[in-house]
Design a binder for this molecule. Sequence first.
Ligand SMILES: *Cc1c(COP(=O)(O)O)cnc(C)c1O
Length: 403
Amino acid sequence: MDYYKLANEYQTPFYIYDFDKIKERFDKLKNAFKARKSQIFYAVKANSNLSVLKFLASLDSGFDCVSAGEIYRALKAGAKNYKIIFSGVGKSIEEIEFALNKNILYINIESEAEMFLIEQIASKMQRSARISIRVNPNVDAKTHPYISTGLHENKFGVDIESAKRMYIYAKKSSFLEPVGVHFHIGSQILDISSIQEASKIVSQLLRELIALNINLKFFDIGGGLGVCYKDEQEPNLYEYAQGILASLQGLDVCIGMEPGRFLVANAGEFVTKVLYEKCNGEKRFVIVDGAMNDLLRPSLYKAYHEIELLSDNIKGNLSLCDIVGGVCESGDFLAQNRKLAPTKTGDLIIVKGAGAYGFSMSSNYNTRNRVCELAKENDKIRIIRKRESYADQVALEVEYLKD
Ligand SMILES: *Cc1c(COP(=O)(O)O)cnc(C)c1O
């Protein structure tokens, strides 16, 4: 790929996503579960660009949404309402009404209070809400604490005993229809034994519910599959599937999956341009035109992204440096302590593994325009989101008038 040509045509910084790679990952995951009925619900928050969603919808993906805004996006991208599910601990009344009005497949409930609210809203609408309950199985996903969600100390889901009580209640309600059970214990999980352990615990609940004549159709195992950013060993999908399938022996359910990062992380790159180099004493900095507002993961989680320097004329020895942006925060860096040859203004830096939680976490901090997004498919490149303008940024602000 000619990054310089792209940089000339679209300016920098930008994101570029390889749709063929997304498809490859999608097919791989789907295949691992081919022995059973399964449905992938792509986690929209990982990368919510409409073209990405539309492409995934064309592969028959469903969508896991964590806000009404994401449901809106999925529908706008052409997703079928019966392939959309709705998760999240803090759904508002308006969001629940929105989801019920759109008649999506089911809502993943995360507390008893939420269940009562959904029942109340459904009764007002004189209909029944399809629901699933997110169980917090209290297993340790052994990942970064900010993205660990399956322990009782995390805010997500309800414990098994509460879930059981809630299913019994929902089964009796005229306005609730329990159709599934759900868990999602964290993100960037490399040791899948924790997911398999969760699956075992939750499948046991499923069996207990069958004994109570509560028959659920969907066994939703969440997302969280880890990917390789540096030298991590990605989970073996076959083993992953086998572990889940083993816990479901004798149960007739459709396996729901909610991968986000797994499908898109390594299909995306963030491309930024070198502005300056400088040394503060011994410390070397390469200052680029992309920053933490464009790609927050390094600042937020100290996440590692592979860096590649593109230069028409690389000269000199490698030495350690930090690659930093222009935002007024010392925590604004894309990479730290990397060995890089001397750079010059106009060189390009490719930040790898940036397809997930990259653009979707970006902001306008420091009144910086959000960058443009490109897609590559069959060696053809097109723009899928234009770069913002300053006018876009202030468009919703209301002029201050002095009385
Ligand atoms: C964030 C999230 C996902 C996706 O997580 P990944 O680690 O990107 O696969 C899936 N399900 C729920 C409920 C989530 O909150």
